[in-house]
Design a protein. Structure first.
Length: 134
């Protein structure tokens, strides 16, 4: 009888651990996917090309944009920030090094032939963003 109740205690503990594990996994996936949802923005098709606006204001917003592979793309940098720090944007992997005029919009064509993740930064490599081609 004592071994029966001992077995029952074990199973209750196991259920508690299992429930806690499920709650923890649910929380982690919510956290993980939630971050992805708010972090990455997909480009939208406009005529024959895709485009996405990136606000430049104390950093890049959205920080990550997603482009479709093989579709001509334009990144539209909208620089609201007057500080010199963000007056240049550099994509080392794509050989792009462009000036961003203050309080203006600059359209930068982006080659989407190759899938991959392309990081970019301001001229001083202080602020960072990412373009994902897939
Ligand atoms: Cu900078």
């Amino acid at each position: 009888m004592s071994s029966m109740s001992g077995g029952r205690k074990m199973s209750v503990l196991q259920i508690v651990v299992l429930v806690l594990a499920i709650v923890l996994i649910a929380f982690i996936s919510w956290w993980f996917f939630g971050k992805h949802d708010t972090g990455a923005v997909n480009a939208t098709m406009v005529g024959d090309h895709q485009q996405v606006e990136i606000k430049v204001d104390g950093g890049y917003s959205p920080e990550t944009v997603v482009l479709k592979q093989g579709v001509p793309a334009q990144l539209i940098f909208n620089r609201l920030d007057k500080s010199n720090c963000l007056d240049e944007v550099v994509f080392p992997d794509q050989g792009i090094d462009e000036k961003l005029p203050a309080e203006a919009v600059k359209k930068i064509p982006f080659n989407t032939d190759q899938a991959g993740e392309y990081s970019y930064a301001c001229g001083m490599n202080m602020f960072h963003g990412k373009v994902i081609v897939k």
